[in-house]
Design a protein around this ligand. Structure first.
Ligand SMILES: C[S@@+](CC[C@H](N)C(=O)[O-])C[C@H]1O[C@@H](n2cnc3c(N)ncnc32)[C@H](O)[C@@H]1O
Length: 241
């Protein structure tokens, strides 16, 4: 069976493996993705937040604990929706079960739209960015991370690697990957395409970052040095004009 986006996480085996992987020591999300994301995010106090592809909403709970004014997680996988609702029990946050391509985005509702490692599943980036633009208040901000295009250009089976292939970089489209015991499709596009799509939607791109490792986030030199070899994640922070 082949999966695009959230369907993948509705397979119980994939879901379980993914959740296990997220808890693993020195996992890439916690050592590489989250530190940069938090640095770009800054203070969330008083902000109304929409989190696209929110997963188990652990980040939502952190935002609520840090004083955001509202948190809505948008999530396509029902397994993740259940996990997210459990995470937010006792908190004043909400999880909506919908695909990011299909949701009826309210007008000028949010100060911040964030998305961590979900937008690389989506084919129609331009429509998604238009929806995000109109759901933001004036001067609102979009912050998202994706798998780095040098990785998505040529998706290789997950696991520890000694070398990487970057090929067909400018040929954009879905790529198949053996991941977490199944086959998943992620949509490859170049760094430039993301940048231009943001501008076309009306955003001013304020920051572009890669997941450059910081030694303090790793337990061992070995993992740190391995992570210096290739960027895994890419980040954009953009403002509504
Ligand atoms: C790699 S996980 C990241 C989860 C969370 N943002 C985090 O960083 O822990 C990607 C998430 O995006 C969701 N997702 C993928 N495609 C989606 C879509 N089209 N609409 C809504 N959610 C989607 C998946 O179900 C999954 O929960």
């Amino acid at each position: 069976m082949e999966y695009r986006g959230s369907d993948f996480y509705d397979n119980p085996d994939h879901f379980e493996r993914y959740m296990e992987r997220r808890k693993a020591e020195e996992n890439a999300n916690d050592t590489l993705e989250k530190p940069v994301f938090q640095e770009l995010l800054g203070c969330v106090k008083g902000l109304r937040i929409l989190d696209i592809g929110c997963g188990d909403a652990n980040f939502g709970r952190e935002c609520l604990a840090n004083g955001c004014a509202a948190y809505v997680g948008l999530e396509g996988s029902i397994n993740m929706v259940h996990a997210g609702r459990k995470t937010l029990e006792g908190w004043d946050g909400q999880i909506v079960h919908a695909r990011m391509e299909d949701w009826d985005y309210p007008q000028a509702e949010y100060d911040l739209v964030l998305s961590r490692l979900a937008i690389h599943y989506v084919q129609d980036l331009n429509s998604l960015l238009q929806n995000i633009y109109q759901t933001l208040k004036p001067n609102g901000r979009l912050l998202f991370s994706i798998e780095h295009p040098v990785i998505t250009s040529t998706l290789q089976p997950s696991g520890t690697r000694t070398h990487w292939v970057v090929d067909n970089y400018f040929t954009e489209g879905y790529r198949e990957q053996q991941w977490m015991g199944g086959i998943v499709y992620k949509y490859h596009r170049s760094i430039e395409t993301y940048f231009i799509a943001l501008q076309k939607a009306g955003f001013v791109v304020e920051q572009l970052r890669e997941s450059k490792p910081v030694r303090a986030h790793f337990l061992t030199d070995e993992t740190y040095e391995r992570r210096l070899r290739i960027p895994l994640f890419l980040f954009y922070s953009a403002k509504k004009k």
